[in-house]
Design a protein around this ligand. Sequence first.
Ligand code: 5GP
Ligand code: ZN
Length: 112
Amino acid sequence: MEDCLFCKIIAGEIPSNKVYEDELCYAFYDIAPQAPTHFLVVPKKHISGVSEICEENAAVVAHIFSVISKVTKELGLASYRVVSNCGEDAGQTVFHLHFHVLGGARLADGMC
Ligand code: 5GP
Ligand code: ZN
């Protein structure tokens, strides 16, 4: 999608530090890490956020979670948190579905 930051990162138009890539998804380190390890996993096909997940596109979300399970093992992360902010009030700033994966330290308690 035009003017989408993460679509541009997926296309290689904006550089990123890649963690993993396959035909369905792309994972890269967050530019402003909130934990010692902080990367994002995004579907290659533009979906604006969790609220746009539906029966027709949900398979990619299951795939992304299988990738998170695999990549965190490869990185040696035994404990980690997966977060997806949906909507401005929840803190979403980039409107291309993404899952934050945070780990590498004792994370703060609580959900908000
Ligand atoms: P959100 O706030 O939408 O949940 O998450 C967006 C994330 O994208 C933020 O954690 C932010 O640091 C990250 N981000 C924003 N711009 C860039 C960029 O150009 N490159 C990378 N690697 N991460 C970015
Ligand atoms: Zn996009």
